[in-house]
Design a protein around this ligand. Structure first.
Ligand code: NAP
Length: 480
């Protein structure tokens, strides 16, 4: 008799409890040796005044069980609360978000018959979702897009390992590296470095906007797509629509020995408690959980039972209209009744355990062989135009080891040789570089920033680094 694994179950908000209840009933009917520890997060927790939306007893439970099945959590808008979903993913460093979609019988879409069966592997904790935002001026907001070498390596390896575990043959890397050469480019370069370690898998890079275009035009060309957090968020909603919508899109958030399984969709509050929604996404998330826990037979049973139920034409309102759809609870009961049956003409993917990337938990600190400060971008909050500001900054810097190279406004050079087409806002990036061309002491740049502050309010300072001989910064549009 296998050991019973306890799973933390979070019913969630809105339609969450209906979806999770259906999944739990189905898993119990398979006889898989799982026990449930119910905990809460989301709206009811925010209402108790816990701003994270995730109480300590939930964190303690997950630290014990290391496996979570959860319903969607609503994010209150406008009260300063962070998303409890993002908090959970980040608190447990579930760095990989796996979002598979496949064509399903009886679910009519414009793509029916084309055999869509693909997975978006989304980096889950970095990128713009680091959630580091600041008002730089009363008018200009900034969100930091943080992409680390370690985070990129983990997600790329996870994508290849996931592909192998399911016998998939290609991994595409989708980035916007043509524009964001350092951040999105980090994922692309990491992908190209690691891909040769997986010679059994085809690898290719695709610019993310073309990826969206190709997904709509010819989705069957994709097998696994690995991408950054924001890209993956958007692409995976798109891919769910290819197979019938969010009601059919499951996901797994995977980390170092910890996993959270949930639908891609949210709490769809307008349908809450009406027993009409489609619980398939959470049910298929629980199939991913069964596989993760090594219960491959039970996983296959549930997946086949879902396919048989759909083949029988038992469809929820999102597919056939809410006047004709069957109730959520009837749908779950039909799946239970179909356990043990095999869908005719439809396969389920045989999976083997994933070899998780071995990642050190130690802090990564990579000292460069050479790291030189070659300048500084000093950002100012001012009502002066670039034409007014430029000469003043040149005179302020006259005695400094740095000189003004250019000023840009929202990334486009506006001084010298002002560009009349640019609508300037009161947030200028003033790029100062070493006057002699030699490396600088950053303290000189800070001293200069104090002087600049006499002319225009300094709101931010960035070093311009040359790391191991390569520029660690990009040029403004129009900067030579
Ligand atoms: P949503 O809850 O995903 O709902 C958007 C629409 O998708 C629904 O109105 C409905 O479409 C359809 N839908 C979603 N799930 C469905 C299901 N199981 N069965 C049938 N139809 C389904 O997105 P939202 O309205 O943007 O977000 C609502 C709340 O959920 C927000 O507070 C958001 O922050 C949160 N959220 C949570 C998660 C998560 O927990 N992981 C993810 C996303 C959003 P129709 O209107 O066309 O019928």
């Amino acid at each position: 008799m296998p050991d019973t694994q306890t799973v933390t179950v979070i019913p969630g908000d809105g339609i969450g409890p209906e979806c999770v209840d259906a999944a739990v009933r189905i898993i119990e009917a398979t006889g898989a040796p799982l026990a449930w520890e119910e905990r809460h997060a989301g709206e009811r927790v925010f209402a108790q005044g816990i701003a994270s939306g995730v109480p300590q007893e939930t964190i303690d439970s997950i630290n014990r069980t290391r496996v979570v099945l959860k319903g969607p959590l609503g994010t209150p808008v406008g009260h300063g609360e962070k998303s409890a979903n993002v908090t959970l993913r980040k608190l447990f460093e579930t760095f990989g978000n796996i979002r598979p979609v496949r064509e399903l019988p009886g679910v009519t879409t414009p793509y029916a018959g084309r055999g869509i069966d693909l997975v978006v592997v989304r980096e889950n904790v970095e990128d713009l979702y680091a959630g580091i935002e600041h008002m730089q001026t009363p008018d200009v907001a900034q969100c930091l897009k943080l992409i680390s070498a370690k985070g990129s390596e983990k997600i790329v390896r996870l994508a290849f390992e996931y592909a192998r575990s399911e016998g998939r043959t290609s991994v595409a890397c989708a980035t916007k590296s043509n524009i964001m050469k350092l951040t999105e480019g980090e994922l692309k370069r990491t992908f190209e470095r690691i891909a040769p370690e997986y010679p059994d898998i085809d690898s290719w890079h695709v610019i993310v906007d073309n990826c969206a275009h190709q997904l709509v035009k010819k989705p069957e060309q994709f097998d696994v797509i690995v991408t950054t957090n924001m890209n993956g968020d958007i692409l995976s909603d798109l891919t769910s629509a290819l197979v019938g919508g969010l009601g059919f899109a499951p996901s797994a958030n995977l980390g170092n020995g910890i996993a959270i399984f949930e639908a891609v969709h949210g709490s769809a509050p307008k349908y809450a408690g009406r027993n009409v929604i489609n619980p398939t996404a959470v049910i298929l998330s629980s199939v991913m959980m069964l596989k993760y826990l090594g219960h491959f037979e039970a996983a296959e049973d549930v997946e086949h039972a879902v396919l048989v139920t759909l083949q029988e034409g038992r469809l929820t309102g999102d597919v056939v209209g809410y006047d004709r759809g069957i109730p959520t609870s009837d749908y779950a009961a039909a799946i239970i009744a179909n356990l043990g049956r095999r869908a005719q003409g439809w396969q389920v993917r045989r999976a083997s355990p994933i070899q998780f990337p071995q990642v050190s938990r130690d802090l990564v600190f990579r000292p460069a062989t050479s790291k030189e400060v070659v300048g500084a971008d000093i950002f100012v909050d001012t009502g002066l135009t670039a034409a007014e500001l430029g000469p003043r900054l040149e005179s302020v810097a006259a005695g400094s080891t740095l000189k003004l190279k250019m000023i840009s406004n929202r990334g486009t050079k506006v001084y010298p040789d002002g560009n009349p087409n640019i609508d300037q806002v009161g947030h200028h990036r003033c790029r100062f570089v070493s006057r002699s061309g030699d490396p600088l002491d950053f303290v000189d740049a800070l001293a200069l920033a104090r002087q600049v502050n006499q002319v225009a309010e300094v709101c931010h300072v960035e070093r311009l680094l040359r790391i191991d001989g390569a520029d660690g910064f990009t040029r403004a549009q129009g900067e030579d």
